[in-house]
Design a protein around this ligand. Sequence first.
Ligand SMILES: COCc1ccccc1-c1cc(O)c2[nH]cnc(=O)c2c1
Ligand SMILES: [Mg+2]
Length: 214
Amino acid sequence: TQSTRPQRLLGAVQKNATRGDPRSVVKAIDEFCRHKEWAMNVGDEKGCILDSVVSELNPATVLELGTYCGYSTVRIASLLPPHAKLITLEFNPDYAKIACQVIAWAGLEDKIQLVEGSSAEWIPKMKEHFGVKMLDLVFMDHWKDDYLPDTKLLEDCGLLRKGSVLLADNVICPGSPDYLKYVRRSPRYKSQYFRSHLEYTKAEDGLEKSVFLG
Ligand SMILES: COCc1ccccc1-c1cc(O)c2[nH]cnc(=O)c2c1
Ligand SMILES: [Mg+2]
């Protein structure tokens, strides 16, 4: 039977990356996607912007919406302080199965909690089910139409505090215009656009960083 693209991406990690070395996992995926098959990881260019936001924030609790194959999950978790936690939600079971193995190859299982299900279902359960008090960083990289409703859900569930950061991928391509309008107009956010390119291409894309003001 035919393999899927995520399965081939995992194969590239297992072939070319060193077990327990997150940076080699990131590099193996970027090489695979640049030279073999494009895949919708945040990628190396936007990944550097992600790294700088994470490093500057030094977050204790991170929520990632949209795991896919675990590229950004590994990228973020490799930068977290010792007792910090990253919870990542993935709706697609096939993606979740691959991401779990990529995370294991990187040796980051202890920092990452991978949950299979929808953000709408799991955001309201963050506190009771994961013992999360507040989120320091939310990396939004799931489905563009869910960015705005999920942001409002995070607010309504009391998961954002003064200084919490929302970092959204693909605000230009595929684009999330309603989300951009909301965070840029709302007096409750200080928003900033980091111009970049769609992963592994020359097309414009970027990350929007929005600090919740409380
Ligand atoms: C399935 O579309 C793939 C695609 C095709 C053309 C342009 C952009 C994208 C794209 C790029 C991304 O970084 C993405 N990140 C998260 N969820 C996405 O659906 C997503 C889509
Ligand atoms: Mg993306």
